[in-house]
Design a binder for this molecule. Structure first.
Ligand SMILES: Nc1nc2c(ncn2[C@@H]2O[C@H](COP(=O)(O)OP(=O)(O)OP(=O)(O)O)[C@@H](O)[C@H]2O)c(=O)[nH]1
Ligand SMILES: [Mg+2]
Length: 679
């Protein structure tokens, strides 16, 4: 796979950090010989604007890509683009000035992005008295103790005299030795099922062999080559000739040529900095900030689920506050939707939704930072827990119930720890798409294809869901069904329709969800009705008494049933309602108008009466081929009030078909011979 250095390790990315003018670029030049301030404007103003890159070999042979970031507050967007993919921080602090505003902000950002390894260079020591160096170093160490770089080495240096540089390189080698990265020990996709069943290496939150992904941090044209983009490979491997998709929107391109620090290579792997020469129709495409990934592996969305940790500060983020969302090398404007209004536990990650103003494509587990819209200041960051909430929420989750649904989904999704398998984008997808994503053939594999644990095949065998997403949908479904059962304790089941609109919003056909739950025995499906596993109806003695009275009265009433409740029964109306619902549920009583509820005045008939009426009707049709309302009325000895709804019921049941004033046999039953074959 990707190239390794003499130590057998993959190269790592070292990123500078620190306040403007503190000497980052000068230190990079002193260490590597490369002046990363290349732009005329950068040279004229003595200030870095763009990211700079330089290769560096540490004393133990480890090769690094050094990313030099600008310190000025105005270019923090570029710093954020460079911070993505950093393994080790090289914090640069001017010995005269000490910790300043962007020293803090850069450290906050790197901490939020999960970078914990680093070395602090106390630089420009040639400008202070030798006796002041020790105390300055101690002050810096004391400050760092409260940050994500607590305990890191503090090395006094001078880029001008070269003093301390060898110590700095040694300290960097120690930090580099502690890097563990998903890119290491990447199993072959063919080993997916085998490796998935064994616990992965504890240090590797591996998105194993996962799809290639790289966020573009620079894009330029080189004459003779054409379009070139650079970035740090975030995931997987990119090989020469490979086709990649530009996300969130753009064409598919082909990788014509690959370079690592000016050296052509056949492929690059997670953690490596690469320059890619792209072939494709890229006119009018603004490439910087876009993501290159294997086609079909990301899903652009406008609603994302996040686990957000807020930095402590005087004013916490407000619900619906407009923020700048930085992930990969892109900045996207949008609003934060707080799901847990209680912000008292600052410093702990909280589930929130980010509602973007334009679609963006992020991967599950990807790190992000948010900054206040104005004045732009870093306020928090964390990881993406659901890359696509659009399907799940069916819109912006601003209302109370949508927020509750989002909270349930995110609570299930943020079970802690990074994902160990290629996540199902958006919580669920078609099996074919997912198989493509995990590199399992062309996506045409059968349902017997091995799926990693944490990914569930749904009923019908055509779709997969992230286990956490499935459990979240189930828990809300179960809640709704239980609520419904408890509201009607006398009934054994509920109509499917009580779950329909909720399940419809989960992106797949409701029956796929229901049948998946049923196949696990979580619920029972019977006709159009659903029963929660373990639910038993509760029928009180009074309801039973009313049920017997109703049953007798309706049986007696035949084709002219009494209006309900029957007179003189001496029981409250609600009791009769409940009793009637149980009879309707059992099919013992039928309401021809289809309104199965209550005593709203719709006539209801005993099942026996319906069966007899149907038999008489079919016999008549056998003999005469047609029937009028009046004939049917006389046959039953009833009145139009009861006969009309009955005929409409038989139309719906496809026994009869209405033609003007006549009823004939329903076309679907024309081939029947006689009335015996019904049911
Ligand atoms: N005396 C002395 N001057 C230094 C040293 N390192 C850097 N400088 C000077 O400090 C100034 C700023 O250095 P840069 O390396 O451009 O600072 P920077 O941190 O990269 O600045 P930005 O990228 O704009 O944030 C320049 O004039 C450097 O020559 C040092 O070790 N000693
Ligand atoms: Mg600089």
């Amino acid at each position: 796979m990707g190239h390794t250095d003499k130590t057998g390790r993959r190269p790592i990315v070292v990123g500078t950090a620190g306040h403007v003018d503190h000497g980052k670029t000068a230190l990079v030049k002193a260490l590597t010989g490369v002046d990363t301030d290349r732009l005329p404007e950068e040279r004229a103003r003595e200030i870095s604007i763009e990211l700079g890159f330089a290769p560096l070999t540490l004393p133990d042979g480890t090769t690094c890509s050094l990313v030099d970031v600008p310190g000025h507050e105005r270019f923090i967007k570029n710093m954020l683009a460079g911070a993505t993919g950093v393994d080790v921080v090289l914090l640069v602090v001017d010995a005269r000035e000490g910790v300043r505003e962007q020293t803090r902000e850069h450290l906050d950002i790197l901490g939020l992005l999960g970078v914990r390894l680093g070395v602090a260079a106390l630089t420009k020591i040639d400008t202070i008295p030798a006796a002041a160096v020790g105390p300055a170093g101690e002050t810096l160490s004391a400050y760092l103790a409260g940050t994500s770089l607590a305990g890191c080495a503090v090395v006094p240096v001078s880029a001008r005299t070269g003093e301390g540089l060898s110590h700095l390189l040694a300290a960097l080698a120690v930090a580099a030795g502690q890097v563990t990265r998903p890119g290491e020990a990447v199993p072959d996709p063919a080993e997916v099922s085998a490796s998935a069943s064994a616990p992965g290496p504890a240090s590797a939150p591996a998105i194993f062999g996962g799809p290639a992904r790289l966020a573009i941090d620079r894009a330029f044209l080189i004459s003779g080559f054409g379009q070139v983009v650079t970035g740090t490979v975030a995931n997987g491997t990119i090989a020469e000739g490979q086709r990649l998709q530009l996300y969130p929107a753009g064409p598919i391109v082909r990788v014509r040529r690959l370079e690592v620090h000016g050296r052509p290579v056949p492929r690059v792997t997670a953690g490596e900095r690469a320059a890619l020469n792209l072939a494709g129709d890229l006119k009018d495409v603004s490439l910087r900030g876009l993501v290159l990934a294997e086609p079909g592996t990301l899903e652009p969305a406008t609603c994302l689920g996040l686990s957000l940790r807020l930095l402590s500060g005087p004013d916490p983020v407000k619900d619906l506050e407009r923020v700048r969302f930085h992930a990969g090398t892109a900045e996207t404007l949008g609003r934060i939707i707080l799901l847990d209004q209680d912000q008292s536990d600052l410093g702990l990650p909280v589930p929130v939704v980010f509602e973007a103003e334009v679609p963006l494509a992020v991967a599950l587990g990807q790190a992000f930072v948010i900054r206040r819209y104005s004045p732009p200041r870093t306020i928090g960051g964390g990881t993406v827990t659901v890359p696509n909430l659009d399907h799940a929420l069916g819109g912006r989750p601003r209302g109370r119930s949508a927020r509750r649904a989002a909270a349930t989904l995110l609570a299930a999704g943020s079970g802690g720890g990074p994902p160990r398998h290629p996540p199902v984008p958006g919580g669920f997808s078609s099996l074919a798409t997912y198989l493509k994503l995990i590199g399992s053939g062309s996506g045409s594999a059968s349902a017997a294809a091995p799926l990693p644990p944490g990914v569930r095949l749904l009923a019908g065998g055509q779709h997969v869901a992230e286990e956490a997403f499935y459990q979240a949908v189930w828990s809300e479904t179960a809640d709704r069904l239980r609520t419904r059962h408890e509201a009607r304790p006398h009934l054994a089941s509920a109509g499917r329709e009580v779950l329909w609109s909720w399940l419809k919003g989960r992106g797949l056909s409701p029956s796929v969800w229901l049948e998946s739950f049923a196949s696990e025995g979580l619920l029972t499906l019977e006709g159009g009705r659903v029963r929660l596993g373990g639910w038993t109806p509760l029928r009180t003695e009074v309801v039973e008494t009313a049920r017997r009275a109703l049953d007798a009265a309706l049986r007696e009433g035949r084709f002219s049933p009494p209006s309900l409740p029957p007179a003189g029964a001496g029981l409250p109306q609600e009791v009769f309602s409940a009793a009637l619902e149980t009879l309707l549920e059992d099919g013992q009583v039928v309401c021809p108008s289809g309104l199965a509820g209550g005593l709203a005045g719709e006539p209801v008939f005993h099942r026996q009466a319906i069966d007899i009426a149907r038999q008489l009707l079919e016999e008549h049709l056998d003999r005469h081929g047609e029937v009028t309302v009046a004939e049917f009325r006389d046959m039953l000895g009833s009145t139009r009030k009861f006969v009309l709804p009955l005929l409409e019921y038989f139309d719906r049941e496809k026994v009869t078909f209405r033609r003007g004033d006549l009823r004939v046999r329903h076309p679907s039953r024309r081939d029947d011979h006689g009335g015996e074959q019904r049911e």
